[in-house]
Design a protein around this ligand. Structure first.
Ligand SMILES: Cc1cc2nc3c(=O)[nH]c(=O)nc-3n(C[C@H](O)[C@H](O)[C@H](O)COP(=O)(O)OP(=O)(O)OC[C@H]3O[C@@H](n4cnc5c(N)ncnc54)[C@H](O)[C@@H]3O)c2cc1C
Ligand code: SF4
Length: 533
């Protein structure tokens, strides 16, 4: 019998019903733990983001006693004011100011809360591209990562998150400008698929969705984990993993109340994200044979092009990341929406004084769109005076691809009817009247580019060979029984698409492996999904 189908059209996207409400919230606030607290569970999951929340829910539903440790706090939807400056401080690590050192320095924001970075992400959903899986199978011995074998896990994640396509009427004018340019050039693109229920296009996804529409793991997976008996400890920063005779035995966390939480367990799942997972593992004295722990950092560096149009774009209306152009995905270039509310726009608008003011006076006509590179550059995570230090230099190949990506996006904007285009390259003046000459003639070096990145990956990479990878094909740290990685750190390299579905799918697969359960049967097939060029 064939599996049922799951709708992915306008109805699924705009219907606000179906959010899971747990019978009780099982949260223990670390701020209230002042002395020593000891608990015993089957599995301790560290981090409640894309990887951790998913692993915790599946393990708890499979019958394990689960504790989730999260350094950040639980936040109710009512706290989301839609004001970027307030939300950056509340929901992001270091108020969103984490950055790489190197050429060029790159801002790399990370979420810190129940839900991890999914609480503040844009909600874009792509499965792992088949060409990436094929590369991992060929180069890393990840033979089990066949599309067919992963299908039930992808479907399960997409059902729980309600992945559906942004309808044209909620996509915002910014998307329509870019779509027009792409269609005139004959380039492939479409409205994005996102994890939402009842999205109203309020445009502030990166600052906490004030209508509770975005189906981040804090309101999808974590409540299901609670309903199955798991407990979340917030304000609890894991510092020590006890390893005895090559087997993980317990985790100790420092609590916000100045106490300690000791969690005895047989299984430890580390899911602190690609920056903090390798640092936590290193602190335990784990020295992998590959020397790759903390290295191999890919980040999908990205930047945005700004264009002034004749029409009113009002970028703050509609879903900020609602459209993509994948014509050049084979070259490792993805173009995706990058809109935002006016105050955020003002903070990031280039220029000062009268120039800045003149540009903001034309804010209603402004359109911006992003280019993201599937990087070959690799960075490393370490510590300096006890604080995380992220080193990343953009290589010549990626620099050349940024140049190409910016030229292509400029061409798209000319095709869409732009009057003026501003590219984020130092020394290149605003481009006018369809003339990309100043950009084409410019010498573009890595240090001339103004970049951001949102997808750190690969610092505890998965692979079959312990001499070349940190975790095995299921996510177990080579050489340490009972210690697993279930987050972006395990994803072995750049994907070229947004990573949350890949991370969640691998975390689901890991949980089923730990439970000794077969892949889930009967998960509904999505009606439609993006077909990447
Ligand atoms: C602005 C923005 C937009 C994005 N948009 C998209 C998008 O549209 N689509 C997409 O696929 N991806 C997007 N991403 C990326 C995506 O959200 C991340 O790749 C994903 O959430 C990473 O999952 P993770 O489990 O590795 O880490 P996270 O989700 O970051 O979770 C890690 C958690 O671990 C906690 N933690 C860390 N150290 C400790 C410790 N020692 N003890 C206890 N807890 C700890 C952290 O506080 C955090 O909550 C975006 C990211 C950003 C910043
Ligand atoms: S556009 Fe608004 S309603 Fe839709 S997910 Fe983003 S913040 Fe929530």
């Amino acid at each position: 019998m064939s599996a049922p189908t799951r709708p992915t059209g306008t109805g699924a996207y705009t219907d606000g019903t179906g959010t899971f409400h747990p019978p009780e919230r099982r949260i223990v606030r670390g701020a209230e733990i002042h002395g020593e607290r000891r608990v015993r569970v089957d599995a301790c999951v560290i981090g409640s983001g894309a990887g951790g929340a998913v692993a915790a829910k599946e393990l708890a539903e499979g019958g394990m006693r689960v504790a989730i440790l999260e350094e950040g706090d639980w936040h109710d939807t009512d706290e989301f004011t839609a004001r970027p400056r307030e939300m950056l401080r509340l929901l992001y690590r270091d108020a969103g100011q984490v950055a790489t050192l190197g050429e060029p320095p790159i801002v790399l924001p990370l979420g810190r809360a129940v839900g991890g970075t999914t609480l503040v992400n844009s909600g874009t959903c792509f499965r792992t591209p088949p060409r990436v899986l094929a590369r991992w199978r060929a180069e890393l011995g990840l033979e089990a990562l066949e599309e067919e074998a992963l299908e039930p896990f992808f479907r399960r994640v997409e059902r729980i998150l309600n992945v559906a396509q942004v309808p044209s009427e909620l996509a915002g004018e910014n998307a329509h400008v870019v779509r027009r340019g792409a269609e005139r050039l004959g380039w492939s693109g479409d409205f994005l698929y996102r994890n939402v229920r009842g999205c109203v296009g309020s445009g502030v996804c990166a600052f906490g969705c004030p209508s509770g529409a975005k189906q981040h793991v804090g309101i999808t997976y974590v409540p299901r984990a609670w309903a199955a008996g798991a407990t979340t400890y917030t304000g609890a920063r894991a510092e020590r993993i006890e390893i005895e005779h090559g087997r993980a035995r317990a985790v100790t966390a420092r609590t916000r109340g100045g106490g300690t939480l000791h969690v005895a367990c047989d299984t430890v799942i580390v899911a602190c994200g690609a920056i903090h997972t390798p640092l936590l593992l290193r602190r335990q004295g784990i020295r992998d044979a590959s020397g790759q722990l903390g290295r191999n950092l890919a980040i999908h560096p990205a930047t945005g092009v700004r264009a002034f149009m004749d029409e009113e774009v009002d970028m703050w209306r509609g879903v900020p990341q609602s459209y993509y152009v994948d014509e050049f995905a084979g070259e490792g270039l993805m173009f995706e929406g990058a809109a935002g509310p006016p105050d955020y726009m003002a903070m990031s608008m280039p220029g000062t004084g009268a120039l800045h003011r003149a540009r903001m006076d034309r804010a209603r006509q402004l359109s911006t769109f992003g280019v993201m590179v599937a990087d070959t550059s690799r960075g490393a995570v370490g510590t300096l005076a006890g604080a995380p230090r992220i080193r990343y230099d953009l290589d010549a190949h990626d620099t050349a691809r940024f140049r190409r990506g910016l030229e292509l996006l400029t061409e798209l904007y000319w095709a869409a009817g732009a009057r003026e285009v501003i590219v984020p390259v130092r020394g290149v003046p605003p481009l006018r009247d369809g003339d990309s000459g100043p950009l084409r003639r410019a010498r573009v070096r890595a240090r001339d580019l103004e970049l951001m990145a949102f997808h750190p990956l690969g610092t505890a990479a998965m692979g079959a060979d312990p001499a070349r990878s940190v975790v095995d094909p299921n996510g177990c740290v080579h050489g340490v029984r009972g210690l697993y990685v279930a987050d972006a750190a395990a994803v072995p390299g750049a994907l070229g698409v947004n990573p949350q579905i890949t991370i969640m799918t691998l975390a689901t697969r890991l949980a089923f492996h730990l439970l000794g359960a077969p892949a889930p049967a009967g998960e509904p097939a999505p009606e439609r999904l993006p077909a990447l060029a």
